[in-house]
Design a protein around this ligand. Structure first.
Ligand SMILES: NC(=O)c1ccc[n+]([C@@H]2O[C@H](COP(=O)([O-])OP(=O)(O)OC[C@H]3O[C@@H](n4cnc5c(N)ncnc54)[C@H](OP(=O)(O)O)[C@@H]3O)[C@@H](O)[C@H]2O)c1
Length: 332
């Protein structure tokens, strides 16, 4: 499904989830790297501006800003262990943040105020658990997701369903990107609830501090494999999708298959980046999650053959340096 938007004139871009890991990276690219074009207006929302679970608050914030374009990042997000505990909340329930309400409110409010393009954010962890590799964009709905995060996965998959519906019935170019594991400054470094890489960084940091024994315990066997994307690379790609990607069908934003690393290799890289000198042990009584979800970036490469990703070790070093420098204020 291809669509060329007919918007002329400068964009007014509303970014939901603008205070999170990916939102802060987009802010950086827009404000510090000259990512915004002349005349454009960029508005970054946090949950303090509107609770997007609430339909009226969502409508009000869209009416107030009258965006022409939207990057939709806001979501209840978490790592393996938080997902395993709260599958229902990740789908739809309770007074907490949850994803189906947020997505439905944002897409409908965007449609109501005439937003010409929305780029929402899916994730490679929503793909079927039993699949062939590499995973590509056509496989999203091919089978059940991994049982550890079925709530999050089905909620995200429904964004793709809605995007197709808004295109079919209203000709809207509402699309989605599918990043692999994201990391970078402003991540959630919670050991319990965060993603694997920020959790590893936080643990290594604590293990080398004088207050703790000099052993870092890593949850799981260390054998699962992941592709990691630096938040700033993802932000640069988001801007390209917003401006130039013409399809309603989603696109995987990932480093190549050859850049996949095991959790053990990632942990070793963290140890190196932080200069950690102690022992590293693996607690195999903890869950590993999905063994791998190797994604193909062939579609991205067809559009952008020359895009250069920041080397993993460099990006990790920058992230560790940021965490150490901002330890007191970092989310953890
Ligand atoms: N992190 C990853 O590895 C990863 C991988 C693939 C895809 N993604 C997707 O990328 C997007 C951004 O993720 P992230 O890692 O940047 O998440 P994050 O750091 O946890 O940030 C979440 C953002 O959503 C906002 N938010 C949450 N609930 C809200 C609500 N009810 N109303 C309004 N705003 C709300 C938060 O606002 P406050 O700051 O005010 O709380 C924050 O700005 C998400 O859609 C996520 O599913 C992330």
């Amino acid at each position: 499904m291809n669509h060329r938007e007919d918007h002329t004139g400068p964009m007014r871009v509303l970014v939901t989830g603008g205070s999170g890991l990916v939102g802060r990276a987009i802010q950086h690219v827009v404000k510090e790297e000259g990512g915004a074009k002349e005349g454009e207006e960029w508005i970054f929302l946090s949950s303090k501006d509107a609770n997007l679970m609430n339909t009226e608050e969502t409508r009000a914030v869209f009416r107030k800003h009258q965006p022409t374009h939207v990057i939709h990042l806001a979501a209840m997000v978490g790592g393996l262990f938080k997902n395993m505990k709260l599958n229902l909340d990740f789908w739809i329930w309770s007074q907490k943040r949850n994803n189906v309400y947020i997505n439905d409110n944002v897409l409908q409010a965007a449609h109501e105020v005439g937003v010409v393009k929305v780029v929402s954010c899916l994730s490679t962890c929503i793909f079927p658990d039993k699949t062939t590799y590499p995973i590509d964009e056509t496989m999203i709905h091919n089978g059940p997701p991994h049982e550890s995060n079925f709530g999050y996965s089905y909620a995200k998959r429904m964004i793709d369903v809605q995007n197709r519906g808004y295109f079919q019935q209203y000709g809207r170019c509402y699309t989605a990107v599918i990043p692999t594991n994201v990391f970078g400054p402003h991540d959630n470094f919670s050991i319990e609830d965060g993603h694997v890489l920020p959790g590893l960084i936080h643990k290594a940091y604590l293990a080398q501090s004088e207050l703790n024994p000099h052993t870092q315990v890593i949850w799981g066997s260390g054998t699962p494999r992941r592709q990691f994307i630096y938040s700033l690379d993802l932000a640069r790609l988001f801007l390209w999708v917003l401006r130039d990607y013409p399809e309603v069908d989603p696109i995987i934003l990932s480093v190549g298959e050859e850049d996949e690393v095991s959790i053990k290799e990632a942990a070793d890289a963290v140890v190196q980046a932080l200069g950690f000198k102690g022992d590293v042990v693996y607690d195999t009584s903890k869950a590993d999650g999905q063994f791998k979800k190797t994604a193909s970036n062939a579609k991205l490469r067809r559009y952008l053959p020359d895009f250069t990703f920041t080397p993993f070790k460099q990006a990790l070093k920058e992230t560790c340096d940021w965490f150490v420098a901002n330890y007191d204020s970092a989310r953890k």
